[in-house]
Design a protein around this ligand. Structure first.
Ligand SMILES: Cc1cc2nc3c(=O)[nH]c(=O)nc-3n(C[C@H](O)[C@H](O)[C@H](O)COP(=O)(O)OP(=O)(O)OC[C@H]3O[C@@H](n4cnc5c(N)ncnc54)[C@H](O)[C@@H]3O)c2cc1C
Length: 361
């Protein structure tokens, strides 16, 4: 998110109720500090530093997912069909070309495609675009199937999963957490704590005296059940910032990023903005209707510099944290899990995690 030019674009989006970005106006010290660090991170130098780190992280994670997907017990729709970014305007074409250049410098394959080449990739779609950029190395999977199978595997291995326990506080002794306190006031004694509470992590850490900068990045998606017609390749509609993913026989359409202070409200106009973008890019697809489709909302734990927080707490000796993956929490999930297990068991980590330290701001 933190890239040059994003602030100007963000301000323009704030004025449009159907735009893909929104900040709920509020005088909140955490939000103001986050925006300040975000502003300071949105520059060429920071992006140049972050790109190779996040690329290596993504590649390791993809390799791990592939390894899991090819083992016999798992089937979660892992496919390497690449990713397509479609654009309609010359302005966006220039941005995408620059992106392709940067990708090449990192060693990522990226192909600029005209309408003819796009037709070969998407023969069923009548596209209304200027062109596209194709990243053949990208992969996708079915998150619901992945999570259900992971939970099944953990149970099989004897891991005890305790649901309906909202952790509201920590009991400390010196520099250690000795118990978690749940919403019923019960104490669960602990030896080690691994905190991966997504967008809620910052609020929880505050209770333990640890400060991180995290905002919620709320987004929406709609899943069309077995549509007659759909794109074959996962696609991002560049100007609209909408992601289209074929999942099994279904089609998921997702977008928007709201810094909403964990508000549970679903904004009908922003979901409408997502849905209305579909026929703008695909002439033969109708606009899905808000009323008919079930809207899902989720929160992306966003850091100001786009890097996650992974590592031991600088304050408490038995606390490890993994959060802040923003728009890439699923993609980076496998590698994050592996790194966290390495941190907790005191092994050398598969990637240098110093850029992800909790006290970097
Ligand atoms: C519309 C949309 C589309 C997305 N698309 C993609 C994509 O294509 N690729 C990708 O990689 N990522 C995508 N993401 C981002 C991804 O969903 C997040 O990065 C990811 O969910 C973060 O994972 P997490 O485990 O850190 O947090 P979460 O998934 O939020 O999980 C945190 C968990 O902690 C629990 N918890 C919180 N507080 C407490 C507490 N006090 N006590 C007990 N439990 C607690 C929560 O209930 C939750 O189960 C998308 C997100 C959205 C909203």
């Amino acid at each position: 998110m933190a890239t040059p030019g994003v602030i100007t674009q963000g301000v323009k989006w704030l004025l449009n109720s159907k735009s893909p970005f929104y900040v709920k106006p509020r005088l909140n010290a955490d939000l103001i500090q986050w925006l300040w660090h975000f502003y300071r991170s949105a520059n060429v130098k920071q992006v140049a530093q972050a790109m190779p780190i996040l690329y290596a992280f993504n590649e390791r994670s993809k390799a791990l997912y592939k390894e899991i997907a090819t083992s016999n017990d798992f089937d979660f729709g892992f496919e390497e069909k690449g990713l397509l970014m479609l654009y309609k305007t010359k302005k966006q074409a220039a941005k995408e070309e620059e992106l392709a250049d940067q990708a090449h410098k990192l060693g990522v394959k990226a192909e600029m495609l005209n309408n003819q080449a796009l037709k070969r990739l998407e023969p069923d779609m009548e596209l209304d675009v200027l062109g596209g950029i194709y990243f053949p190395g990208d992969a996708h999977l079915h998150p619901t199937q992945l999570m259900a199978q992971m939970i099944g595997r953990l149970k099989q291995k004897g891991v005890q999963l305790v649901g309906n326990n909202s952790i509201v506080d920590f009991k400390l002794k010196g520099k250690k957490i000795i118990a978690l306190v749940n919403n019923r006031g019960e104490e669960l004694s602990v030896k080690n704590v691994l905190l991966t509470a997504g967008s809620w992590t910052g609020l929880l850490l505050k209770k333990a005296g640890v400060k991180i900068h995290l905002q919620d990045g709320k987004g929406y998606s709609v899943t069309l059940n077995k549509p007659n017609l759909r794109p074959r390749i996962p696609t991002i509609l560049s100007e609209a910032k909408v992601a289209i993913t074929p999942m099994g026989e279904d089609l998921r359409i997702g977008g928007t990023l709201e810094l909403s202070g964990l508000s549970p409200k679903i904004s009908q106009s922003r979901v409408q903005g997502i849905l209305e973008s579909i026929p703008n890019y695909y002439k033969n697809l109708p606009t899905p209707t808000f009323e008919k489709e079930k809207v899902w909302k989720g929160y992306r734990p966003c850091t100001p510099d786009g890097m996650p927080y992974i590592g031991k707490s600088p304050v408490l000796s038995n606390l490890t944290v993994g959060t802040g993956h923003g728009m890439m929490g699923l993609s980076l999930g496998a590698a994050t899990g592996k790194i966290l297990s390495e941190v907790v068991t005191g092994q050398e980590t598969m990637l240098d995690i110093r850029p992800f330290r909790l006290n970097r701001f």
